[in-house]
Design a protein around this ligand. Structure first.
Ligand code: NAG
Length: 238
């Protein structure tokens, strides 16, 4: 009887998702990591929890439940999955970054983006919560939210059209590629091509900038209760 209880306990813990509800609740496995990252929570009121549904070397799945109000123009959180970058490379030394992402949203009054967030810095050991440059790829733009800076062009990268925004967050230059539909629920692409575009066209110094983070998640502003579900996200940096 006792051993049956132990076995059932082990099965239950395998089946239970990791629940990350603390401000910076963190979990890592199989060269991916997760952070509930409620960095801007004090600009409004609400909460978020990230639930890790699957980790494997070939991709991860997770979902996030959140609700936020107040501070309409402030990002409250960036719950995400990231790829562990064990030896940092200069962007010019990266040959490809094959990635796929599949996501969906349910809930009411959602004002949020769904985005890749890639930081680079001239110092490979720069603090990973910012960089000298930030490159975002907005697959989702739900509600009247917008990136930093202003829209400067519509461009074709990785076989898709994007509205390109360019601007500064303090001293950090931010490039944001926004899917015109605001609802690109899946992407399978070599995302190194976004860096190639900004190197060739927008003054990004690829040969002196290290890629320090590569993440995918959602930035809620206000709304909910909402559920953001990522059925698969994968990234390799070659
Ligand atoms: C996730 O995507 C990667 C890359 O396309 C693929 O190799 C992997 O099989 C996918 N995993 C699932 C569970 O769909």
């Amino acid at each position: 009887m006792k051993s049956t209880v132990l076995v059932l306990g082990a099965l239950a813990s395998l089946a239970t998702a990791q629940s990350l509800c603390d401000q910076y609740g963190y979990y890592a496995a199989n060269n991916y990591y997760f952070n509930n990252n409620m960095w801007g929570k004090n600009s409004g009121s609400g909460s978020a929890c990230t639930y890790v549904d699957r980790t494997s070397a070939s991709g991860v799945a997770y979902h996030v439940q959140w609700q936020w109000s107040g501070g309409d123009n402030n990002v409250k959180a960036y719950p995400y999955s990231g790829k562990t970058l064990s030896n940092k490379k200069l962007v010019s030394q990266i040959s490809s970054m094959p990635s796929s992402a599949s996501w969906s949203y349910t809930g009411g009054n959602i004002r949020a983006d769904v985005a890749y967030d890639l930081f680079t810095a001239s110092n490979a050991n720069h603090d990973t919560s910012s960089g000298d440059y930030e490159l975002m790829i907005w697959l989702g733009k739900l509600g009247n939210v917008q990136p930093i800076g202003s829209q400067v062009a519509t461009v074709n990268v990785a076989g898709q059209n994007w509205n390109l925004w360019d601007g500064y967050n303090g001293a950090m230059r931010v490039y944001s590629f926004v899917a015109p539909s605001g609802q690109m629920n899946s992407l399978s692409a070599d995302i190194k091509q976004f860096f190639n575009y900004v190197s060739q066209n927008r003054g990004f110094p690829a040969s002196s900038q290290y890629l320090i983070t590569a993440q995918f998640g959602t930035e809620p502003f206000t709304g909910g209760p909402a559920t953001f579900t990522v059925t698969n996200w994968s990234l390799d940096v070659n």
